[in-house]
Design a protein around this ligand. Structure first.
Ligand code: DAK
Length: 258
């Protein structure tokens, strides 16, 4: 996995996309390495994953334009599928995934951040979907996820104009939850991940699934999804532990992911 660094700090996994010479642009090899890194995450230990980019300048500057430039229609479709499969794997990853966006998040870079549960960024971050200027549509879910995350009107404006936006505007339109000075980004991401990791893992996972799956259907069906995932928490060790701790006025809780 030469294009991805992976480290575990306690219950937190940190996956760094590392192809700095091309501003961490996603080629087939990088996508395969991200895929393999996700498969290697030990879900018995890791309770929250952070995805970031190597260096101080770029999160991910998009899909690799050099690789894409010579693709045939069939190859373009295969490349799109490879990206979409990895991005869906992130989106449906059992544990929460935080994108710590440390610079350019353009095209596929913006799209990979949008497949994460939560986005925070550094003050030098730049977001955008420049694809129409390259003669293509966003191909890794950008038309779909941006419209769901901000508003359809704002997504259409950004995609049709191919205009890049800075961190403050990304914050204003709700694309990111918070903006930090560059050196504070990873500590903030780790602090947020630790706050997630200290809660009952089965409950957190079920919340992710309830929100994601519920957003795909009407409210009648959505509340049934929630009911099932709510019920699924009962009779677990961690449900008994969490409620016992409250009743016993205990601050310390021993959640064991069972
Ligand atoms: N691909 C390949 N190389 C890239 C790259 C990219 N996206 N972005 C940067 N690089 C490379 C540059 O070519 C340069 O390499 P050398 O010339 O040094 O060998 C190196 O990174 C440093 O970049 P710059 O010299 O350009 O650095 P600057 O600070 O001057 O500019 C920049 C930074 C981020 C503004 C600029 O590099 C830039 O505009 N990059 C391209 C950004 C972009 O347009 N990204 C969107 C790509 S399109 C699909 C699937 C997916 C997609 C589409 C369809 N299907 C098949 C369904 C997704 C499309 C995209 O993501």
């Amino acid at each position: 996995m030469s294009n991805v660094l992976y480290e575990v700090k306690g219950n937190i996994g940190i996956l760094t996309i590392s192809r700095e010479k091309a501003l961490n642009a996603l080629n087939s090899e990088v996508l395969a390495d991200i895929d393999a890194a996700l498969d290697a995450v030990d879900l018995d230990v890791v309770r929250c994953l952070i995805i970031t980019g190597a260096g101080q300048k770029s999160f991910v500057a998009g899909a690799d334009i050099g690789e894409m430039s010579t693709l045939t229609k069939a190859e373009g479709e295969a490349f799109g599928k490879k990206g979409n499969d990895v991005f869906r794997k992130i989106e449906t990853f059992p544990i929460p995934v935080i994108a710590a966006v440390n610079g350019f998040a353009l095209g596929g870079g913006c799209e990979i951040s949008m497949s994460c549960d939560i986005r925070i960024c550094s003050d030098n971050a730049v977001f955008g979907q420049p694809e129409t200027g390259l003669g293509i549509t966003p191909g890794f879910g950008g038309t779909q996820r941006l419209a769901r995350l901000v508003s359809p009107g704002m997504a259409k404006q950004l995609i049709y104009t191919a205009r890049n936006i800075k961190a403050d505007e990304a914050y204003r339109i709700g694309l990111v939850n918070a903006v930090y000075p560059q050196e504070e980004l990873m500590p903030a991401a780790e602090k947020m991940a630790a706050a997630i990791a200290k809660n009952a893992p089965i409950a957190v996972r079920n919340c992710k699934k309830a929100i994601n799956d519920g957003l795909q259907v009407g409210m009648d069906e959505a509340v049934v999804i929630e009911e099932k995932l709510f019920g699924d928490c009962f009779e677990t060790h961690d449900q008994v532990e969490g409620m016992s701790a409250f009743l016993e006025k205990r601050k310390e809780k021993n959640f064991i992911n069972k």
